[in-house]
Design a binder for this molecule. Structure first.
Ligand code: HEM
Length: 129
């Protein structure tokens, strides 16, 4: 297990493919849409768009096609999350759903743990209240 949660992520797209990431993000969003704390933060008329943006970001970050950067530019995730109240409760809820989605992912424990460490570190970095 690497100590740097951002190290070597670029290899994961080869391993999981578009199908793996797409399944992960669909499973995650299914959970978020039904969540009392998180769902109200998302634009209610653009769930497909939100899901697509997260998918494209993760795919690009993990060595796949750079669709996110092409469409949206530099991620600047802290800036893009500044309008939401990301406190510990919201962060933990987000991670709870991502952890459950990762649990369903068809891969080995090592890859699952690497993705978990990446999401965990990024979610903490985004805390703003
Ligand atoms: C800590 C808990 C988090 C909450 C409550 C949260 C919430 C949100 C919300 C409400 C949006 C707007 C949906 C949209 O219009 O796209 C969003 C966008 C986004 N989030 Fe998060 N997020 C969290 C963590 C993360 C993490 C850990 C990542 C990356 C690993 C991430 C990546 C993104 C991306 C790429 C977008 C689209 C930004 C854009 O291009 O406008 N988020 N998030």
């Amino acid at each position: 297990m690497p100590t740097d949660p951002y190290a070597g992520l670029e290899q994961l797209y080869d391993e999981l493919g578009e199908e793996g990431f797409s399944a992960l993000v669909s499973s995650f969003y299914r959970r978020v849409r039904g969540d009392d704390l998180l769902a109200p933060m998302y634009p209610d008329d653009d769930w497909d768009g939100s899901q697509g943006r997260l998918l494209d970001f993760i795919v690009g970050r993990c060595g796949g096609p750079p669709r996110y950067v092409e469409a949206r530019g530099h991620p600047r995730l802290r800036m893009r999350h500044a309008r939401f109240r990301l406190d510990q409760a919201a962060r933990d809820r987000w991670m709870e759903h991502m952890g459950a989605a990762l649990g369903e992912l068809d891969t080995d424990a090592h890859t699952r743990a690497r993705l978990h460490a990446f999401f965990d570190a990024t979610a903490t970095f985004l805390l703003n209240s």
